[in-house]
Design a protein around this ligand. Structure first.
Ligand SMILES: [Zn+2]
Length: 449
């Protein structure tokens, strides 16, 4: 393992990752015009959308003009699907026989959306992941373990191909169960892995309790790339993972219909770089839609994949919320950083008892308290006209004796960080649901009575 990198060895693409800002914006504008023209010419869906807005591709002459282009929402993609060319509908920009990949969204927020890609798109996916893995220190010397069952979702497929593209040795640990995966990591002395934060913590738990293996001491995993949940950008969750594995934990963010658009680098700047060579990300004020360029103000992410051709992603309204970081990253990349990663979903940020709250704030508090297990659940209900929030937690068995002190600390921190009072329910250790992929720990039952 290399312990220090020379400048040349820091970046997957040293030229674009350090482009001066003006040149980077020019590159994005040029690519944006190209993909807009492509979609206008090749897809009925896009042409109709732009014609209805009275817009032609030639109207986009400056970076500022981009904000005039109508946004696309996930619900619009749902409506056109299961129609010809079957099953994608008329946002498809290539002859159907050019499609080589089928994926679909997880359906967490409704009916899944289908995503076709050509082979060129698929190479683009791997390229986007190569930027991020390289930025997280993956090199030819790594043996990368993937403790994940590949399926119809895009999760970790592109990570797998990108690791190969960099020259790493890749071990697919798909159908093995958790214990077998841990033993395989030990046997092969794997150096890196990719998983959801929930599973990273769950594996460490299983290793200790069932196998008597301490991952930090007995295994050789030294970097972990997370995806699927915000945990690796939540400081207390990140710290729990890093301590459990004796590894650096890095976040990455992407989506089936967008691509792998953001990543943390080895400098761990407290946020994620946006890959501005392959994507154009804009932040909009959640209420007014005004473009946000200044740091420190939260906005909704509107994003374009600049090179994806089969089913383009142009000004996609992601509903994710982020803010620009105040400081450039010490790693030297000119790609901008979003502070604290994706801080929530515009849909999830909800009012409880009149207070605006992002569910990740609850996670940050629970995971910062040493005596509690990794699992928790927050349930919002309505009692008459009043909102009510219950937080279910578990004590670590060895911490039962400090119960009262831990509870007092939890209540204090919750009040301080979320401005809310909770009913706290203590559940026996190991009784709350455990998740392997996307955890559902925040349940808002108010809409269903
Ligand atoms: Zn950086």
């Amino acid at each position: 393992m290399k312990t220090s990198f020379n400048q040349k060895d820091l970046y997957w693409n040293p030229v674009v990752e350090t482009l001066p800002l003006k040149k980077l914006r020019d590159l994005q504008l040029k690519k944006f015009k190209r993909i807009l023209e492509w979609a206008y010419e090749k897809s009925k869906f896009h042409r109709k959308l732009y014609q209805q807005a009275g817009l032609e591709p030639g109207d986009i002459q400056s970076y500022e003009d981009i904000a005039k282009v109508p946004k696309v929402e996930k619900s619009m993609m749902r409506e056109i699907q299961r129609k010809d060319p079957y099953p994608y509908g008329d946002a498809l920009c290539v002859p159907i026989e050019e499609v080589t990949e089928f994926r679909q969204t997880s359906g967490t927020t409704g009916v899944p959306v289908y995503q076709p890609d050509t082979w060129q798109d698929w190479e683009w996916w791997a390229e986007a992941w190569a930027y991020l893995l390289y930025a997280q220190g993956y090199r030819k010397t790594d043996r990368v373990f993937l403790p994940f069952g590949y399926n119809i979702f895009v999760a970790f497929w592109a990570g797998h191909y990108a690791a190969e593209k960099i020259g790493c040795e890749v071990v697919p640990g798909g159908v093995l169960d958790t214990e077998a995966r841990i033993l395989k990591i030990q046997e092969l002395k794997a150096t890196a892995m990719m998983a959801t934060p929930t599973y990273v913590l769950g594996m460490a738990d299983t290793a200790k309790k069932k196998l008597g293996i301490d991952p930090a001491r007995d295994l050789t995993i030294r970097k972990i790339t997370c995806a699927g949940e915000p945990g690796a950008s939540i400081p207390s969750t990140k710290q729990r993972m890093e301590e459990a594995w004796g590894a650096k934990v890095y976040d990455h963010v992407g989506a089936t219909e967008i691509g792998a658009w953001g990543f943390e680098c080895t400098a761990q700047p407290g946020g994620l770089h946006v890959n501005e060579a392959l994507f154009l990300m804009q932040l909009e004020d959640i209420e007014t839609g005004e473009l946000i360029e200044e740091p420190g103000r939260k906005g909704k992410i509107v994003i374009t994949a600049l090179d994806r051709i089969a089913q383009p992603c142009i000004r996609f309204d992601s509903k994710d919320v982020a803010e620009w970081s105040k400081e450039p990253c010490p790693c030297g990349r000119t790609f901008r950083v979003i502070h604290g990663g994706v801080v929530g979903r515009a849909d999830d940020i909800t009012k409880i008892k009149g207070v605006l709250i992002a569910p990740s704030a609850i996670e940050e508090v629970v995971r910062s308290i040493k005596g509690l297990s990794n699992e928790y659940e927050a349930v919002v209900t309505k009692k008459g006209d009043l909102d009510d929030i219950t937080l279910k937690i578990e004590f670590l068995p060895e911490e039962e004796k400090n119960r009262e002190a831990i509870l007092a600390q939890l209540k204090d921190q919750l009040r301080l960080k979320t401005n809310l009072g909770y009913n706290i329910e203590v559940h026996p250790y190991n009784s709350l649901p455990r998740y392997e992929v996307k955890a559902k720990r925040f349940k808002d039952l108010r809409k269903h009575g």
